[in-house]
Design a binder for this molecule. Structure first.
Ligand code: LLP
Length: 434
């Protein structure tokens, strides 16, 4: 199966990747030539642009200029220490979901008072660890969790600051696996039950109610679901405060989408301008605001460089077999997600063939891109784009594949922020039978 297609303009094939551009000798991130990085560090390797992360953050900062607002980076998107340092140094707090993430924030020098702890299944040891660390707020997701947290805090002679995650029941219009604000999903407490649960929280001696939060889903590309969720949350703030329980902060979660493939989410500053207009109109403009963006801060700042191992023509499909796989880039296998795939050093003059780009893992689900027109030969390098979020942080060792190396680019500098895992690293901690 062979087709020849006109070559695509590079601006069309670099969706949303602000610090990536082709120069005469191939693809650059900031002022670093990616082919040279791949030669030096091997493939697969993730490469992130510090400038792209800070530019994404700046859009939120512009949106909140003059407001009392805290941006808590949802570190599940990419929890590598070097990435956390970039955000900690820029004044961000962190949204964590485990004791492990808490230790990462500590290792990266983050400010514990700016940490919020989300998740439906916090364990008692995690609650204790977070209270000892002095985090800013627990985002509680059920009534049962309130009782347990109060008990843990009282036993430590502490008071736990809490916000309750309410489920606004709005449709974020995204993939069902990453939609979280609808009835029938495990997150948050029902809108109808929220007031009674706030009363319960206020009655518990180990807790101090400080806020309210929501998060409706991920990769959201429209403003409407946010506007609807804000209305629902503000209705609750009104009734909770009328019941004599003051709400210091409102946390609107994360979820803003990025451009993977002709997606056009609103820019963070434009979105927040619109949302703040509503907040002001309803009289809550002076409240402390929090947000928990993950993907929109890092997604388009990263690429995964990979090498073409073999080209395998087939009767129905041609396969381009690369050295990155579903263990490195799990999103296509898990969500049928699209990541653009482009050459690191484009070839000129040869014909283009349509391939399924697949990895070496022994699963038919191990595909990275389907039906991609590429001009490639074995040994060429490709860049998988928009790989800054939910790739390395979701990577596994399946097929005993060590996880990839990671590099942070800053201008002309390239810092190795994670060494490639060796096979021995992957079975460290395992014990042989006597
Ligand atoms: N806050 C809470 C409570 C969350 O559950 C999440 C993401 C975020 C904030 C950050 O959302 P973001 O701004 O990144 O959309 N693995 C999936 C995405 C899962 C998102 C889980 N929660 C993917 O690769 O698309």
């Amino acid at each position: 199966m062979k087709i020849t297609s006109p070559s695509v303009a590079s601006s069309d094939v670099l969706p949303g990747a602000p610090q990536l551009a082709y120069r005469q000798d191939g693809l650059y991130m900031e002022d670093v030539r990616l082919d040279a990085l791949a030669s030096q560090h091997g493939t697969p390797v993730f490469v992130y642009s510090r400038a792209a992360m800070l530019a994404a953050l700046a859009a939120y900062q512009r949106g909140f200029a003059g407001r009392n607002a805290q941006i808590c980076y949802a570190m599940k998107a990419n929890s590598s220490l070097g990435v956390l340092q970039v955000f900690a140094r820029a004044g961000c707090g962190f949204d964590i979901v485990s004791g492990g993430e808490l230790e990462r924030v500590q290792a990266a020098g983050g400010d514990m008072r700016k940490v919020i702890f989300s998740g439906v299944g916090k364990t008692r040891p995690e609650m204790k660890q977070a209270l000892e660390a002095g985090i800013g707020c627990f985002n509680v997701e059920s009534e049962a969790e309130l009782d347990v947290l109060s008990g843990v805090a009282l036993a430590m002679h502490r008071i736990a600051p809490v916000s309750i995650r309410v489920n606004p029941n709005v449709d974020p219009k995204t993939h069902p696996y990453i939609s979280t604000g609808l009835k029938g999903n495990k997150f948050g407490v029902a809108h109808e039950d929220a007031l009674q649960i706030y009363r319960h929280a206020a009655s518990l001696k180990g807790l101090q109610v400080v806020g309210i939060d929501c998060h409706i889903g991920s990769q959201i590309t429209e403003a409407t679901p946010y506007l609807d969720a804000m209305d629902r949350v503000l209705d609750l703030v009104q009734s909770i405060e009328a019941a004599g329980i003051p709400i210091e902060h409102i946390d609107f979660g994360g979820g803003l989408g990025i451009n993977y493939n002709q997606d056009s989410p609103p820019a963070a500053d434009a979105l927040w301008q619109e949302l703040l207009g509503k907040l002001d109109a309803r009289g809550y403009g002076s409240k402390k605001l929090m947000v928990e963006p993950g993907r929109s801060l890092v997604g388009n700042a990263g690429v995964c460089l990979t090498e073409v191992l073999y080209l395998k023509p087939g009767e129905e499909k041609n396969f381009c077999i690369i050295d990155a796989a579903m263990n490195d880039l799990p999103r296509p296998a898990m969500y049928q997600a699209f990541h653009a795939i482009v050459p690191v050093v484009p070839r000129r003059g040869t014909s283009t063939t349509v391939y399924d780009v697949v990895g070496p893992v022994c699963e038919s689900g191990d595909w990275i891109g389907r039906d991609r027109a590429l001009t490639v030969a074995a040994g060429d390098r490709l860049a998988v784009l928009s790989a800054g979020a939910y790739c390395m942080s979701m990577a596994s060792n399946y097929n005993t594949r060590g996880r990839a190396a990671e590099i942070l680019v800053d201008g002309t500098q390239a810092h190795l922020i994670r060494a490639r895992e060796t096979a021995a690293d992957t079975f460290r901690g395992e014990k042989l039978l006597p």
